[in-house]
Ligand binder design. Structure first.
Ligand SMILES: *[C@@H]1O[C@H](CO)[C@@H](O)[C@H](O)[C@H]1NC(C)=O
Ligand SMILES: *[C@@H]1O[C@H](CO)[C@@H](O)[C@H](O)[C@H]1NC(C)=O
Ligand SMILES: *[C@@H]1O[C@H](CO)[C@@H](O)[C@H](O)[C@H]1NC(C)=O
Ligand SMILES: *[C@@H]1O[C@H](CO)[C@@H](O)[C@H](O)[C@H]1NC(C)=O
Ligand SMILES: *[C@@H]1O[C@H](CO)[C@@H](O)[C@H](O)[C@H]1NC(C)=O
Ligand SMILES: *[C@@H]1O[C@H](CO)[C@@H](O)[C@H](O)[C@H]1NC(C)=O
Length: 768
């Protein structure tokens, strides 16, 4: 779309080149966790899609989830528990109207719930796209029921017409601020406030130029303000740059802001924002010529500190398809605020008849300052509301809402860069480590259905783990966190899922627990377990910034597993890599090199082919993990291999138990089915004979129901086998028992190449 070899000479280039060349362009997660079976709860309903709007109601212990034509109230502690639901479907007439306008009846002409906000009176404000005719309503939750009031308020400018279009909204003091398109065609983008008198942006390309709205946040800037400033609402979006001096269209990231007290102008900018200012946001990712595009933001504020210390964490993805990096940059609110309060403006100057160039404005700036909120200085001059602002100020802001200076991230560079995954959503949590130091842990949802848990330790990017939350992979479209439950909630087109922010108990050794560098977790020496800091009163071993595991007590010796194999047979010795940052190696009989003939090194084990006597002996798999320049060695597994003449050894055809679940489940289902059928036959016979007085119809209905339920159970189990089918050979070997991992290969040679599965990128970390 935007070829790299564009003629555009982009201003970002010098900045990017200034960065040190050695900063890593990629960061590998220490652990990759396939499906999180034991730790997640999921929710989805048959025939319902697009679970992409969420509202946490911690006051009611609810997660309110908006999907296509449905809204659910789920138990915040276990979202698999549906407490209530309400349907909000389009009428046949609306569907016809929408269809007649050329939209697809089964996809676009439906009601996509897009806005869910809490009102001061505990009700909720809900909007849906409603077959390209957006409407809003009020909803309450009482006596275990969700009820829509059917007020049918106009949703134009609040909620998008087009369910595929991005939008943003926020409820501030019971007033909705929204950023979306106002018309059917999607050609009239606005930032709008829906109070008694609607205030919105101008339809001018210098204000909003084909924008993609991303998110909104409010900032209580009037708090303890010395100059009597007002609270602000910030909007993040990307748009086609008007200021780019180039022939190709170029998209840039923006932050805009308005004042809460803005009432519009008297004559100029009547019912329009007088305080709409915007600036470019840079996230300089090394080697990128084109600016990266903002996708989501998270406002992080310390509740004990002033708003000036708040940060906006933002994720960026490349503009060009050829680059595959995603990045996180953080911005100080005070830096953004300063650019708007003191920075220079950009102004358009006609160069040729049809061409306009945007340059820094260096002329006189009218007073009061264009775009500023009403402050003490303005009040002194008799201007107490925006309606009193002079035309000169208003005309200036109408023509020049763009600031000259771009907003630079903290440290002038990204906090995280990851290759090969596309970031979609971000949440940030502050955690105090065992030394009392505070860290910001980033949870990042991806297009690939995973959640990354990452930290930046004094400039060092570190991804603690990548967790597959949706299986099969489905892009994470919304991500929320509750600091009450300590859970993350994610939504995708196919369902919602919840996972804990930390699962320390997954680390079974001190080495693994400490090298994880997870500020939530520490090793309890007394209990011999990896535990959450918040749940422990004992002193824990933890080393998040240094990543030092030398304080760990020596691990218990590993008991060797006995394996036997007949001459000429094949055997796999399993050794799952405990960490993506570790390297495994094998040694034999205490320091002897492993013979190379007829051995194949796998990513998660060792394969002995065509075994002979010299293959007998003690095999030990070592894992060496390098952390901050120090190598830490652990013994992952040990095997005593014997060559037996009889060939009755167990190293032959052991099926992993996970697979043998399948048949037994089927047997169970078949026998349940047979039981049901025989019961029904018995019942039918009874009805036939008149032994039972119930009408036949009723019996039929209950039979239909029972079958339906049985099918439902079958269907809801379907995700189960997806997990049972290991992503990795030997995924089934949880709980540190090697017996299931030793899945042996007695099969023909053509099995061998298959061992190098692409899925090997996922390791099961439960064994160390
Ligand atoms: C969560 O809720 C589901 C559905 O009610 C239930 O089957 C499951 O056991 C619950 N899990 C926990 C840990 O409570
Ligand atoms: C809704 O979900 C379906 C099924 O996954 C998907 O094909 C469709 O693109 C989604 N629609 C929107 C508007 O995201
Ligand atoms: C949770 O976060 C809210 C703000 O989002 C804050 O007011 C509250 O104190 C936090 N609670 C805990 C237990 O940290
Ligand atoms: C392996 O075999 C030896 C001797 O035959 C026995 O002492 C040991 O307990 C066995 N180990 C396991 C794990 O079964
Ligand atoms: C297996 O090894 C034996 C000797 O150890 C050799 O004679 C035979 O050809 C080998 N078979 C294969 C398939 O490599
Ligand atoms: C650590 O291990 C790596 C290879 O795994 C090796 O290259 C390096 O020299 C080792 N460093 C030390 C200090 O032993």
């Amino acid at each position: 779309m935007y070829p790299l070899g564009s003629l555009c000479v982009f201003w970002l280039l010098p900045v990017a080149l200034m960065l040190e060349e050695d900063s890593p362009l990629d960061c590998v997660p220490r652990k990759s966790v396939p499906f999180y079976r034991d730790y997640t709860h999921t929710f989805s309903e048959k025939g319902v899609f697009n679970y992409t709007t969420m509202l946490l109601r911690e006051d009611l212990d609810l997660l309110v989830l908006g999907a296509r034509e449905s809204i659910y109230a789920l138990d915040l502690k276990n979202i698999s528990k549906k407490l209530a639901s309400v349907k909000w479907e389009v009428t046949q007439q609306q569907k016809m109207d929408c269809k007649n306008k050329g939209k697809s009846p089964e996809m676009e002409c439906k009601n996509y719930i897009r806005i869910l906000h809490k009102m001061k009176d505990n009700r909720m404000y809900v909007c849906g796209s409603n077959a390209f005719d957006p409407v809003c309503d009020y909803m309450s939750y009482a006596d275990g029921k969700l009820t829509l009031e059917k007020k049918a308020e106009d949703g134009k400018g609040k909620c998008p017409f087009d369910p595929f279009q991005r939008y943003a909204s926020i409820m501030v003091d019971n007033t909705l601020y929204s950023a979306t398109s106002m018309n059917f065609l999607g050609s009239e983008p606005v930032l709008m406030r829906s109070s008694s008198s609607i205030i919105r942006t101008e339809f001018k390309s210098s204000w909003l130029n084909e924008p993609t709205f991303v998110s909104m946040a409010q900032m209580p800037e009037s708090e303890k303000s010395e100059d009597g400033d007002d609270d602000k609402v910030y909007l993040f979006f990307s748009e086609t740059a008007v200021e780019c001096d180039c022939y190709n269209t170029l998209v840039v990231s923006r932050v805009a802001r308005v004042c809460k007290g803005d009432l519009g102008g008297q004559r100029t900018l009547q019912k329009r924002w007088t305080s709409f200012l915007k600036a470019r946001m840079d996230c300089p990712v090394l080697q990128s010529q084109l600016p990266y595009i903002i996708q989501d933001t998270y406002r992080w504020c310390d509740p004990h500190q002033s708003w000036k210390n708040c940060l906006f964490y933002a994720i960026f993805t490349p503009q060009s398809d050829t680059l595959q990096h995603s990045a996180v940059c953080a911005y100080r609110v005070s830096d953004i605020s300063k650019v708007f309060a003191e920075g220079k403006y950009k102004t358009p100057v006609p160069v040729e008849t049809s061409f306009v160039k945007w340059v820094m404005y260096s002329g006189d700036v009218p007073v009061p300052r264009p775009g500023a909120c009403i402050n003490n200085e303005a009040r002194k001059a008799g201007i107490t509301q925006t309606l009193d602002l002079p035309d000169r100020t208003l005309q200036f802001i109408k023509d020049k809402p763009l600031m000259d200076q771009a907003i630079q991230p903290v440290g002038q560079k990204p906090l995280l860069v990851r290759k090969g995954s596309t970031f979609t959503r971000i949440i940030v949590d502050q955690v105090q480590d065992a030394n009392g130091k505070k860290h910001h842990v980033m949870f990042i949802g991806t297009e690939e259905g995973t959640v990354l848990k990452a930290v930046n330790y004094d400039g060092e990017m570190f991804i603690i783990g990548e967790i597959q939350l949706f299986q099969p992979p489905k892009a994470i479209k919304i991500l929320k966190m509750s600091n009450v439950t300590g859970q993350l909630y994610a939504g995708s087109d196919d369902g919602a899922a919840q996972m804990p922010v930390a699962t320390c108990e997954r680390s079974s050794s001190c080495m693994d627990c400490v090298l994880a560098r997870d500020p939530y977790c520490g090793w309890d020496k007394v209990a011999g377990r990896c535990v959450a800091l918040s749940n422990s009163k004992r002193e824990l071993i933890q080393s998040v910034t240094e990543g030092q595991a030398s304080l760990c007590p020596a691990a218990d010796p590993v008991r060797p597993m006995n394996q036997s194999i007949w001459p000429g047979g094949n055997l796999k010795l399993s050794c799952p890599t405990p960490s993506n940052l570790a390297q495994t190696s094998w040694e034999m009989d205490k320091g002897h090199q492993v013979p190379s003939a007829h051995l194949q090194l796998l990513q998660d084990g060792l394969l002995i082919l065509n075994a002979s006597d010299r293959h007998a002996g003690r095999y030990r798999c070592l894992s060496v993990e390098r952390s901050k320049g120090v190598n830490y060695t652990t013994i992952v597994s040990e095997y005593e291999v014997r060559i037996t003449a009889t060939g009755s050894g167990k190293g032959l055809t052991l099926l992993p138990q996970a697979q043998s679940d399948g048949p037994s489940k089927i047997v169970l289902q078949v026998s349940v089915g047979l039981l049901v059928v025989s019961l029904l036959t018995l019942l039918a016979w009874n009805f036939h004979k008149g032994h039972l007085p119930l009408p036949w119809k009723c019996g039929q209905k209950s039979r239909g129901q029972s079958q339906g339920t049985r099918e439902d159970v079958g269907a809801s189990q379907r995700p189960g086998p997806a997990e049972d089918k290991p992503l990795v050979l030997g995924t089934g070997n949880r709980n540190n028992n090697h017996n299931r991992g030793e899945a042996a290969f007695s099969a023909a040679e053509n099995d061998v190449p298959c061992v190098n599965l692409p899925s090997l990128q996922y390791i099961d970390d439960s064994e160390i």
